[in-house]
Ligand binder design. Structure first.
Ligand SMILES: Nc1ncnc2c1ncn2[C@@H]1O[C@H](COP(=O)(O)OP(=O)(O)OP(=O)(O)O)[C@@H](O)[C@H]1O
Length: 204
């Protein structure tokens, strides 16, 4: 579970805006995050991952304090070990599909399972430039899952997938999140994309 209380000034083209949030996200479940462009969806994910430092933050994950600006506590992104699916995938150009996963984990059985889940078993020797957009996006999802993260942060993770593939990935992802007991946040533009048990978070 993530318990979060944050304030972050955002420099937008309309002037300064403050992202304020005091809420919690359930373990073993997916929460969707909506909001107009520029409302701070990506910023929120990066704050949780430790990639953006807010003016005020208290973030607790499964009873472990990750950040408390009042007490000068701030775990590094490496210490937080979140799984992150970036909007632009951020794949390694010189690594094959399999190397991306081996870089994250030594668990060979888990890698096999992920490759099957992401329908990439036949493409293990390919580098990103030889993958389609949808295959690259699936690889980004698998890499994020490879570390069996307590916290899985996904920024528009299904945007390049066709409806059939999207349905399969979402079904598999829900099962994996439940199995790992991860807290998963998904930024989405499409309210109907994925139905979840938890109520969505709507940023103004
Ligand atoms: N490190 C930062 N410090 C201050 N402001 C930032 C920082 N990073 C981004 N911003 C600003 O915060 C605002 C919110 O950006 P963000 O990317 O979180 O929006 P978003 O809701 O994800 O939008 P979109 O749906 O278009 O991806 C933007 O105006 C952006 O310029």
């Amino acid at each position: 579970m993530i318990v979060i209380d944050i304030e972050k000034k955002m420099r937008t083209y309309e002037g300064n805006k403050v992202l304020r949030l005091n809420t919690q996200f359930t373990k073993g479940a997916i929460t969707k995050i909506y909001g107009p462009s520029g409302s701070g969806k990506t910023t929120l994910l990066k704050i949780i991952a430790g990639l953006i430092i807010p003016e005020m933050a208290k973030i607790t994950v499964n009873n472990e304090l990750w950040q408390d600006t009042a007490r000068g506590i701030n775990l590094s992104p490496q210490q937080r070990k979140t799984g992150f699916v970036f909007q632009n995938y951020a794949l390694f150009p010189n690594m094959t599909v399999k190397q991306h996963l081996e870089y994250a984990t030594g668990d060979k059985l888990w890698i096999e399972r992920l490759l099957h889940f992401g329908k990439l078993e036949t493409l293990t020797k390919h580098k990103p430039e030889y993958l389609s957009g949808g295959q690259q996006q699936r690889l980004a999802i698998l890499r994020a899952l490879a570390i069996k993260p307590q916290v899985l942060l996904m920024d528009e993770p299904f945007s390049a997938l066709d409806p059939e593939m999207r349905g399969m990935i979402i079904t598999g992802l829900k099962a994996l999140v439940g199995e790992l007991g991860s807290t998963c946040l998904i930024v989405s533009h499409n309210p109907d994309e994925i139905d979840t048990v938890d109520a969505p978070l709507n940023l103004p």
